[in-house]
Unconditional design. Structure first.
Length: 176
C-alpha cells in the first residue's frame, strides 16, 4: 500500500535491538517525494513500550527522510516553533506504519535557533547494551554533524518557511 496525501497512519519507533519503543496512533500524510515524507498530528495518543500512554499537546509537523539518519518534529507552541530531532534510521512504510530505528541522541531546537544535544548518556548505554557496530556509530556521528549544520544554517525545515504552510494544509484536510 502506498502513502497518499490525507491518509492517516501510525508511526512506530524501534530500538536497535528490534524492540518496539513508541507508537504514535495517528499522523496524517501531507507530502511525499523520493527524499522525504511530511506528516502532521495534533493531540495524538502516544503509547510507550511499557504500556503507558499520553497525548501530544500541540500541532506537530514531522519530517522523515530516505537519505538522512534523522527525523525532525516541528512543534507549533504558543511562543514559537520548537524542533525535536531524533537521530534515527531512514524511515520505511510497510503498509502497517511509518517505521524507523531510534538511536537515542536527540537535538532540541528553540524558536530563537539555539539548540541542545540530549540523551548522550542513553546513547552510550545503548551503544554498549545493543552492540552498535562501528559503522552505525560512524553514521550516527556524521548524521548528527549534518543535522547541526542544517540547524546552524537555518536550512529547511529550520527556516520555518514551510512549517506554517504544512500546518495550514493539515487544518484544511482535517476540516473535510
Amino acid at each position: 500500500m502506498k502513502l497518499s496525501t490525507g491518509m492517516t497512519v501510525q508511526i512506530h519507533s524501534y530500538k536497535h535491538n528490534k524492540k518496539l519503543h513508541r507508537i504514535w496512533k495517528k499522523t496524517m500524510v501531507l507530502y511525499q517525494d523520493q527524499h522525504m515524507l511530511v506528516t502532521a498530528n495534533n493531540r495524538t495518543r502516544v503509547i510507550e513500550n511499557d504500556g503507558r500512554s499520553w497525548h501530544t499537546k500541540e500541532p506537530a509537523i514531522c519530517y522523515f527522510y530516505n537519505d538522512y539518519w534523522f527525523n525532525i518534529i516541528g512543534m507549533l507552541k504558543k511562543d514559537g516553533v520548537y524542533f525535536y530531532c531524533n537521530l534515527s534510521s531512514p524511515f520505511l512504510y510497510d503498509g502497517e506504519a511509518i517505521k524507523y530505528i531510534d538511536y537515542d541522541l536527540d537535538v532540541k531546537v528553540f524558536p530563537d535557533g539555539t539548540y541542545i544535544l540530549l540523551d548522550e548518556k542513553e546513547y552510550q548505554m545503548h551503544q554498549n547494551q545493543m552492540c552498535y557496530s562501528d559503522e552505525i556509530q560512524d553514521i550516527i556521528m556524521k548524521q548528527r554533524d549534518i543535522l547541526i549544520e542544517k540547524i546552524k544554517n537555518k536550512e529547511k525545515p529550520f527556516d520555518q518557511s514551510d512549517i506554517k504552510m504544512f500546518h495550514e494544509q493539515y487544518k484544511q484536510l482535517t476540516r473535510k
